[in-house]
Design a protein around this ligand. Structure first.
Ligand SMILES: *[C@@H]1O[C@H](CO)[C@@H](O)[C@H](O)[C@H]1NC(C)=O
Ligand SMILES: *[C@@H]1O[C@H](CO)[C@@H](O)[C@H](O)[C@H]1NC(C)=O
Ligand SMILES: *[C@@H]1O[C@H](CO)[C@@H](O)[C@H](O)[C@H]1NC(C)=O
Ligand SMILES: *[C@@H]1O[C@H](CO)[C@@H](O)[C@H](O)[C@H]1NC(C)=O
Ligand SMILES: *[C@@H]1O[C@H](CO)[C@@H](O)[C@H](O)[C@H]1NC(C)=O
Ligand SMILES: *[C@@H]1O[C@H](CO)[C@@H](O)[C@H](O)[C@H]1NC(C)=O
Length: 218
């Protein structure tokens, strides 16, 4: 019994260990050299740790310097749980090309610096300030606008509303009291009725099986 408990603890521990390693892997490699990342980290009293800046309360990574990483695609930031990024520097990645799902979930991204071949996603609809940097050269995208505030028709079903989900990304969520496909159903999901009917069905099935199978037991 104790052996089984230890085995489970070992497996769970291993799993958690791996997840943490994976979360941190975006930060692995060189130390931060990006001046915008360093300045932002200092302004937030954060801690520089390899490529990243960790927040003052150590809860999340708030900035990352991904310069000189030979990237061909933007990392999937949604994959890393503890990242709540405000500043991302991707310059000096000459092979990096844009794709539609870039920066998904980065709601609070406010300062994005891209290599020169990579334009600010969404352009002036999304960023208040767009300009160029030198040394290294790149495009600067500053102050993300609230995509939903200017697109009331995005989620036009009555029960749904728009929720920003990173630059040029949004989600249609259901308002309180609505659920289902396109939030078209109103009223509470009938949880109690659902479980009650499942329970009744289970009890009846078990009883039937019990009586039919038991007859053969001598
Ligand atoms: C990175 O920074 C740490 C301390 O913050 C230092 O010990 C280490 O030598 C640095 N590594 C490089 C490659 O500069
Ligand atoms: C965050 O971690 C650093 C060490 O890396 C520590 O000095 C600091 O006290 C921690 N801050 C909090 C709020 O736990
Ligand atoms: C990027 O590629 C160059 C040349 O192919 C190599 O020297 C360098 O170490 C690579 N950098 C990283 C971070 O992988
Ligand atoms: C993420 O960062 C933003 C901006 O600093 C902050 O307002 C927000 O509360 C943070 N969210 C989480 C879940 O830490
Ligand atoms: C809203 O969108 C219109 C047209 O796309 C644009 O001209 C206007 O500046 C936007 N307003 C805000 C606050 O983003
Ligand atoms: C939305 O609600 C209005 C009245 O509140 C109704 O006239 C309209 O038909 C509804 N539209 C949809 C798609 O349910």
């Amino acid at each position: 019994m104790i052996f089984i408990v230890y085995s489970i603890l070992f497996i769970v521990g291993n799993f958690i260990g791996n997840v943490q390693l994976e979360d941190g892997s975006l930060c692995a490699g060189k130390n931060v050299t990006s001046q915008p990342v360093i300045d932002y980290c200092n302004s937030q009293d954060g801690y520089l740790i390899f490529r990243c800046c960790r927040s003052y309360d150590n809860e999340s990574f708030i900035a990352v310097d991904l310069m000189d990483s030979n990237l061909t695609a933007t990392p999937d930031f949604a994959h890393f749980e503890n990242f709540n990024l405000s500043v991302v520097d991707l310059r000096s990645n000459p092979q990096l090309v844009p794709s539609p799902d870039d920066f998904l979930t980065l709601k609070y991204l406010d300062y994005l610096i891209l290599p020169e071949q990579f334009d600010c996603p969404g352009g002036h609809d999304i960023w208040e300030v767009i300009d160029k940097t030198t040394d290294p050269v790149g495009n600067r995208c500053l102050r993300q606008k609230d995509f939903c505030s200017n697109s009331t028709d995005m989620c036009d079903e009555n029960g749904s509303y728009c929720s920003a989900n990173g630059p040029h990304h949004f989600l249609c969520l259901c308002k309180h009291g609505y659920h289902g496909y396109k939030c078209l159903r109103s009223g509470k999901f009938p949880t109690a009725a659902f479980f009650a009917s499942t329970l009744v069905a289970t009890v009846i099935t078990s009883a039937v099986l019990y009586w039919t199978q038991r007859r053969h037991v001598k």
